[in-house]
Design a protein around this ligand. Structure first.
Ligand SMILES: Cc1ncc(COP(=O)(O)O)c(C=O)c1O
Length: 384
């Protein structure tokens, strides 16, 4: 699939079509699987759903996987299964809002830690502070596909006897010390929203866990809390993954390793080509001997972020800001808890400086060269 097409503009000059920042992938094998599921499987609760769960659990290295209608439902139902009602759970201010919301959906209260000094992992001293004050769980987020420093969180979880729930919604296939994220904590949530490293080409999510009682409870909550067709003993929802989406997810899962490999190779090129700008931009954490990221996003930091974003936009390069507002400064959280600017300064600064460069497996080497060269040109222009 070509992402750069030479076009003629109105004056007959050759221009590039834009390079998209993210790209959901629809290939013929996915279309065939979808049509086959629509024609031959049950619309709801079909064989494709059970197979997708089995295959995803095997891939992650977890005993159970439960397919859901979204990543948000996956997080919500884990916290409902863990019965966090009335309790505090420590999480990050640096994520999509669903991470913290899920604790409230289950009747708990999110309390926040800032990101760490060196990467997007949680500041463990702030996590410890909340655990000492009685928080009953930890929700780290493997943001941008970068696994958090799990060992230090696990030490805290063990010391204070609290469970760790992983938000792996951006990290399908990332590994920490050789283990896939989603197999590290008591349970984990994945999202299959179209921009993710793998998608069901619609909304979708998955819970992975080794705990049979969590798997059973999540399955029940997603299915109206039923014990049999018309008997219900808990308050449930209708939040199952549709069969046609599961069929697409199964095909996407087969491509995931190869796509993640391509993302890593693109990230390597960005690291190499932008290395000389290191005093002017911040590059993302990247791989270490313990950590294998999957680069859901490749996020750089730069003081004059909006200027660079505008410049790249003019050059046909689409970039995004993930995220312009940390969770504690969302109007909802200000209204509910009275958070103020300055409370979590590292996340607040990142919100002003972060820029997500184009990152998806169908970027060509030429695209990556072009993006990198235009970033270098931008700095040449502002320093001349
Ligand atoms: C870190 C994180 N958590 C949770 C979610 C929620 O997933 P969904 O959009 O599938 O409900 C997302 C999705 O964007 C996410 O990026």
């Amino acid at each position: 699939m070509e992402t750069i097409v030479k076009l003629e503009d109105k004056l007959g000059r050759t221009t590039r079509s834009s390079i998209s920042q993210a790209k959901p992938i629809l290939l013929p094998d996915m279309e065939e699987a979808a049509i086959d599921a629509l024609r031959n499987d049950k619309f709801v609760g079909g064989e494709n759903v059970a197979k997708f769960e089995e295959e995803f659990a095997r891939f992650i290295g977890a005993k159970y996987a439960v397919a859901l209608s979204s990543g948000t439902a996956a997080l919500d139902f884990i916290f409902m299964a863990l019965r966090v009602q009335g309790q505090k759970v420590v999480t990050t201010t640096w994520s999509f809002i669903a991470s913290a919301n899920s604790i409230m959906h289950a009747g708990g209260q999110p309390v926040f830690a800032d990101i760490s000094e060196t990467d997007y992992s949680l500041d463990t001293s702030q996590v410890k502070f909340h655990l000492e004050k009685g928080a009953k769980g930890i929700l780290p987020v493997h943001i941008y596909g970068q696994p958090v420093d799990y060992d230090s969180l696990q030490d805290l979880g063990d010391r204070y006897h609290v469970p760790i729930v992983e938000d792996a919604c951006q990290a399908h296939g990332a590994r920490f010390k050789g283990r896939y994220v989603g197999s590290l904590g008591i349970a984990a949530a994945f999202s299959f929203y179209p921009s993710k490293n793998m998608t069901v080409l619609g909304d979708g999510g998955m819970v992975t866990t080794n705990d049979e009682s969590i798997a059973k409870q999540v399955s029940k909550i997603r299915d109206s809390g039923r014990t049999s067709q018309y008997e219900h003993d808990i308050l449930g929802y209708t939040a199952r993954l549709n069969t046609v989406n599961a069929a697409i997810g199964r095909v996407q899962l087969k491509h995931l390793k190869e796509w993640n490999e391509r993302r890593r190779s693109i990230a390597n090129s960005y690291f190499r080509k932008l290395a000389n700008l290191n005093s002017m931009i911040g590059l993302p954490p990247g791989p270490t001997s313990d950590v294998e990221p999957v680069f859901h996003q490749f996020v750089i930091r730069i003081k004059n972020r909006d200027e660079l974003k505008g410049y790249l936009h003019e050059k046909g390069i689409q970039c995004n800001v993930h995220y312009p507002i940390p969770i504690h400064l969302q109007p909802l959280y200000i209204n509910l808890f009275g958070f103020k600017e300055g409370m979590f300064p590292r996340s607040e600064l990142l919100a002003k400086e972060c820029l997500s460069l184009p990152m998806h497996p169908f970027l060509s080497d030429e695209d990556v060269d072009y993006v990198s060269e235009e970033i270098i040109s931008f700095f040449r222009r502002i320093s001349s």
